[in-house]
Design a protein around this ligand. Structure first.
Ligand code: FES
Length: 259
């Protein structure tokens, strides 16, 4: 059965600039919020473009009927979306894609996010609360976002910056290795640049921990109809094929992805 997807114009009830060219919006869209799962995304229309932009879901508040999205301005489309004011209207389609599979309460998780790959990890981290370690990495202190949100969700936060201006100097993969040497979680989740995901997947394999990764890919339709978002994946028998990031993903078992 095809999943239910809504499309419409919804009100932006809060908009804030979190860092340079990074914005958060809280959108009142009860139907989408009701169905949304951690790791899924919404497809957003910039007013003067036909092609939508995929933006991952950062937080879901089903009681209030809101979704929180955090995105980076990367071109004219996202720049236009960033112009929508608080109180204005945004054209959304969602929820889309396969999200993270959450284990039952009491299990331990490590969530790893790099840069704009950090926001999609918040909802997942919040599910595990104090049983989660969030390893979040940014270029430098000025790019750090959502640190307090992970702390409020009860997680232990390992903050890393490439230049050492905040937290631990170095990559999230180094912090992950240090954590794995202490204690193995039940599952690792990750979202960020491909090289980071590759490193996380390799560590998960080395330590024998299940790992799910969320891939970022250019998208067209967002619903599995245009082939723009194809990525190479492999089946358990090693046979390689192509999957649609928008429909089969964005979340995949790390073992399925051909990096
Ligand atoms: Fe069209 Fe994925 S974006 S198939």
């Amino acid at each position: 059965m095809e999943p239910t997807v809504f499309q419409g114009r919804y009100q932006v009830v809060k908009k804030t600039a979190l860092a340079k060219e990074i914005y958060e919006m809280v959108i009142l869209c009860p139907q989408i919020a009701q169905l949304a799962q951690a790791g899924q995304f919404v497809h957003v229309k910039a007013p003067s473009f036909t092609l939508r932009r995929p933006i991952s879901i950062c937080e879901i508040d089903r009681a209030k009927g809101t979704l929180r999205i955090v995105f980076e301005v990367r071109g004219d489309g996202t720049a236009e979306i960033a112009q929508i004011p608080q109180g204005g209207w945004i054209d959304l389609m969602g929820p889309l894609g396969h999200g993270f599979q959450l284990l039952e309460q009491g299990k331990k998780a490590i969530v790893v996010g790099g840069g704009i790959g950090v926001p999609p990890m918040l909802e997942t981290a919040a599910h595990y609360g104090e049983n989660a370690v969030a390893i979040i990495g940014f270029r430098s202190a000025s790019a750090v976002i959502l640190e307090e949100d992970f702390q409020k969700a009860g997680c232990t936060v390992d903050l890393c910056t490439d230049d050492g201006t905040r937290g631990r100097k170095g990559f999230v993969t180094e912090a992950l290795k240090a954590r794995l040497q202490q204690e193995k979680p039940d599952i690792i989740y990750a979202c960020g640049p491909m090289v980071m995901l590759k490193g996380v997947a390799a560590l998960a394999k080395e330590y024998g921990v299940r790992c799910q990764v969320s891939l970022e890919e250019r998208m067209g339709c967002g619903i599995g109809a245009c082939l723009v978002c194809a990525c190479k994946t492999k089946k358990p028998d090693g046979e390689e094929s192509y999957s649609h990031v928008c429909k089969n993903g964005p979340v995949f078992e790390a073992e399925e992805v051909v990096f």
